[in-house]
Design a protein around this ligand. Structure first.
Ligand SMILES: *[C@@H]1O[C@H](CO)[C@@H](O)[C@H](O)[C@H]1NC(C)=O
Ligand SMILES: *[C@@H]1O[C@H](CO)[C@@H](O)[C@H](O)[C@H]1NC(C)=O
Ligand SMILES: *[C@@H]1O[C@H](CO)[C@@H](O)[C@H](O)[C@H]1NC(C)=O
Ligand SMILES: *[C@@H]1O[C@H](CO)[C@@H](O)[C@H](O)[C@H]1NC(C)=O
Length: 419
């Protein structure tokens, strides 16, 4: 029996129990969520109510026993979740460079593109995402539209190394290290060839997805798609200092300032939304039961930037991969290069991961206008405290003196029992 089915059975009981205890309003509310999933309701619901119920669902002894039994044979997956401009391409590349990993960069882009094209489907985005994730977690790519989009996207000439697994045998004739390697020689994909490449050649699937592409912008959606005994999912929640992320998102055109530029209206809106989503996800994972919290790693970009090789060990340990010398060497080099080392083999600026990481982590301190920094701190102070980013509170001395780190080693989320 799948965990999903057990949950479904359990869910019929849980709301009733809650009804007995709680008010009739609460009863209506929970039954509303779980018997008739209505996205509007979920979005409006208080996240703490949802996580409490979720916790209750998952804590049954039967559920835990089943999970333990199946954890050895289940297909292993890692989902890297972060906002854009948070170093997620580098994080993904750390796994992309491991020959045991079937890596997919932003596969939910396929779901987005397919949803937009109404001649393909009239299904909702969240349905398509759920179907896609349910498949990918088992190395299954059965939907023809998805497969066609994967083929088109991953074989694009402007980012040839975006997924090493998809650019290597058996999906292509030569290895990337072979001088004869050429994306044009790769074989047309079929659902069978992609499935067997993934299943038979790699023991871990890693996908990187931006928060904005996750329905509800919540890790809960991803965990729900993994709720089954034949898959084993871990989540790497990557965060970065919002004072770096938000101005970089603006420079990249994720949003623009219109009208009175000094009012920073859109910077305010973006800061509010980004930090609220981060905080809601943090609250969600903090409230998960122990056995699920251990499957989640909160990773700060700054820690990778400051000591990449140390963090590499922690990341690989989290998913049970041995640290390979080839990966150490690549990471040590790529985090000491500069943006100007990016070339056509690395693809577009957004996908090139070469940069001097130590410099990159602090760059915002001299590039971002102090007014922007004050605005971001105003909206983000509470989430910054949870993950250990020190506010400068308009102190120019603190901002400019780069010998003083603005990410602290001790912070609240460290005590939450995450991996
Ligand atoms: C989606 O709906 C539109 C308008 O009702 C229709 O023309 C189209 O054929 C539908 N597409 C599919 C794949 O069902
Ligand atoms: C995958 O296989 C490699 C090589 O056989 C092994 O070292 C590694 O521990 C395996 N990883 C997982 C997650 O099972
Ligand atoms: C990392 O690179 C630096 C300089 O390029 C080198 O001195 C150092 O030995 C390398 N470290 C490792 C662990 O490879
Ligand atoms: C920077 O901070 C350090 C440590 O607090 C301090 O010793 C140093 O004088 C500061 N430098 C400047 C230029 O203020």
């Amino acid at each position: 029996m799948t965990l999903r089915r057990i949950l479904r059975r359990h869910l019929r009981l849980t709301p009733l129990r809650i009804c007995l205890i709680g008010s009739s309003f609460m009863c209506f509310f929970f039954l509303g969520i779980f018997t008739l999933p209505n996205k509007q309701q979920i979005r409006r619901a208080n996240i703490e109510d949802i996580t409490d119920t979720y916790k209750e669902m998952l804590l049954t002894a039967a559920t835990r026993r089943k999970l333990a039994q199946h954890s050895r044979t289940a297909r292993k997956n890692l989902i890297i979740v972060s906002h854009g401009r948070s170093g997620s391409s580098l994080m993904g590349d750390i796994f992309n460079h491991n020959p045991s990993v079937f890596y997919m960069y932003e596969p939910l882009q396929s779901a987005k593109r397919i949803t937009k094209d109404k001649s393909n489907t009239n299904e909702s985005y969240s349905n398509i995402v759920d179907k896609f994730l349910t498949g990918v977690f088992r190395c299954k790519f059965d939907q023809p539209e998805i497969l066609a989009d994967i083929e088109k996207y991953y074989r694009k000439p402007d980012h040839p190394r975006i997924s090493q697994a998809i650019a290597s045998p058996p999906l292509c004739p030569y290895k990337l290290t072979d001088s004869r390697w050429d994306p044009k020689l790769c074989y047309p994909m079929t659902s069978a060839s992609l499935e067997s490449a993934c299943k038979d050649n790699y023991n871990l699937t890693v996908i990187k997805v931006l928060m904005d592409r996750i329905p509800e912008s919540n890790i809960k959606t991803v965990l729900t798609s993994c709720n089954s005994f034949d898959v084993d999912c871990k989540i790497l929640f990557l965060v970065r200092d919002p004072r770096a992320v938000i101005p970089s998102s603006r420079s990249f055109g994720f949003f623009n300032e219109k009208g009175n530029k000094d009012a920073l209206q859109n910077t305010r809106l973006f800061s509010y939304k980004l930090c609220k989503e981060t905080e809601e996800n943090l609250v969600f994972i903090r409230k998960l039961p122990d056995f699920l919290r251990k499957r989640i790693k909160l990773q700060r970009y700054e820690d990778v930037a400051m000591d990449p090789l140390k963090e590499l060990s922690g990341l690989y340990d989290f998913v049970g991969l041995p640290v390979l010398e080839s990966v150490r060497k690549w990471l040590n080099e790529t985090t000491q290069l500069s943006r100007s080392d990016c070339n056509e083999k690395d693809g577009a600026q957004a996908t090139c991961t070469k940069d001097n990481a130590r410099v990159a982590a602090n760059r915002w301190r001299w590039k971002v206008h102090p007014h922007d920094i004050s605005v971001i701190e105003y909206y983000c102070a509470s989430v910054m405290r949870l993950v250990g980013y020190r506010t400068v509170d308009r102190s120019y001395e603190l901002l400019a003196n780069v010998t003083i780190p603005l990410s602290t080693h001790d912070y609240e989320a460290k005590n939450w029992g995450l991996h």
